[in-house]
Design a protein around this ligand. Structure first.
Ligand code: NAD
Ligand code: UDP
Ligand code: UDP
Length: 331
């Protein structure tokens, strides 16, 4: 009998194996850690893969004792040969200060990472989910943004490594789907926040809460008239799982986010109110290509996934504030 090639050498799993083995790349990050938790609760085996660039072992420390949980240090830009049934591909720094720190690596993570994870999914016939982003719409000229909108993205700016990397990853997902008949699930995530964000993550919600709790000035970039729509993490994770479990003909892209839209100044004022802080609002220069407005059209998610966010901003902020308050008190 001839030797099996690496491509054919898929582990044959015993018949009694009924739980799914799920790979979560970027699993030790903010969203990834919640997803790992949710999958374990649902009885799955989880392989959490991370290079710990922005994520941390701490985020998943409470899962390490679970026999169905495995933590693996690995970089998605390097090929990976394991066996699994489903892949959630979340690996990529999400905060502008972190993705702009080493922009070439950011593009590699999105593009080479997608190729490797798609190659892996193809070999083991796994279903594969991509954490895409509202950034594929760039500085949008259509408002709110439906999935049909192709976006307004600068290909050579400071945000391009992230925006174009994620756009290219979407292209790869759809080409693998068409060319290799793979089962893909692409969601476009709008700004999501919650407990377990890193206090130095650099994104607006964590920055404002930490500044307010410390009584420091709250730095609004530009006039603060730009808008964002903020989704609470639990709502988003519900959407992830619904998308992965949806029928095979549902590929996306599907927007996941909370359609409540706020100016950045309104967010600063709300954080001051909810923390009872004496912080003042100050302004700092607006970063280049900062999108002026952003709000998801979630008609598709409502119709196709029967999903919509449940947690209003005020309620979600109260939970996030309690988390950061506790964290800062621990020192
Ligand atoms: P995060 O920075 O907390 O998590 C990203 C994780 O990926 C980290 O644990 C990091 O160490 C890991 N990582 C980075 N590069 C890697 C590599 N080359 N190999 C392996 N691991 C790597 O950010 P997050 O908010 O949890 O975002 C998770 C995903 O969701 C990202 O793909 C991000 O682009 C996407 N997303 C998030 C938001 C949001 O608002 N949170 C919005 C849009 C899209
Ligand atoms: N790959 C991987 N794990 C696998 C199979 C593939 O990491 O189990 C990577 C490998 O780097 C390969 C890429 O995925 O180059 C794309 O795989 P594909 O089968 O699509 O194309 P190939 O490059 O092998 O022709
Ligand atoms: N922002 C701000 N102060 C901060 C961090 C961010 O005013 O400390 C602004 C930023 O310019 C942007 C919005 O808040 O208009 C959201 O920024 P974030 O980095 O959280 O996400 P993204 O720009 O990727 O949506």
């Amino acid at each position: 009998m001839r030797e099996r090639t690496l491509g054919e050498a898929r582990a044959v799993r015993p018949m009694y194996h009924t739980t799914k083995r799920v790979l979560v790349t970027g699993g030790a990050g903010f969203l990834g850690s919640y997803l790992c938790e949710r999958l374990l609760e649902a009885g799955q085996e989880v392989i959490c893969l991370d290079n710990f660039f922005t994520g941390s072992r701490k985020n998943v420390a409470h899962l390490l004792d679970d026999k169905r949980f495995e933590l693996m240090r690995h970089d998605v830009t390097v090929p990976l040969y394991i066996e699994c049934d489903e892949i959630y591909n979340l690996a990529c720094p999400a905060s502008p200060i972190h993705y702009q720190f080493d922009p070439v690596q950011t593009t590699k993570t999105s593009v080479h990472g997608a190729i490797n994870m798609l190659g892996l999914a193809r070999r083991v016939k796994a279903k594969i989910f991509q954490a895409s982003t509202s950034e594929v719409y760039g500085d949008p000229t259509v408002h709110p943004q439906p999935e049909e909108y192709w976006g307004n993205v600068n290909p050579i700016g400071y945000r391009s490594c992230y925006d174009e990397g994620k756009r290219c990853a979407e292209t790869l997902f759809f080409d693998y789907h068409r060319q290799h008949q793979m089962r893909i699930k692409v969601v476009r995530i709008f700004n999501t926040y919650g407990p377990r964000m890193h206090p130095n993550d650099g994104r607006v919600v964590s920055n404002f809460i930490v500044q307010a709790l410390r009584g420091e000035d709250i730095a609004v970039y530009g006039e603060g008239s730009q808008t964002r729509s903020f989704c609470y993490v639990d709502d988003l994770i519900d959407g992830f799982v619904k998308m992965m479990d949806s029928a095979d003909d549902i590929t996306g892209p599907i927007n996941l986010g909370n359609p409540g839209e706020f100016t950045i100044r309104e967010l600063a004022e709300l954080v001051i109110e909810l923390t009872g802080s004496s912080s003042r609002i100050v302004t700092k220069p607006l970063p280049q290509d900062d999108p002026k407005q952003r709000r998801p059209d979630i008609t598709k998610a409502r119709q196709v996934l029967d999903w919509q966010p449940q947690v209003p901003l005020r309620q979600g902020l109260i939970k996030a504030i309690a988390y950061f308050d506790n964290l800062l008190k621990q020192g």
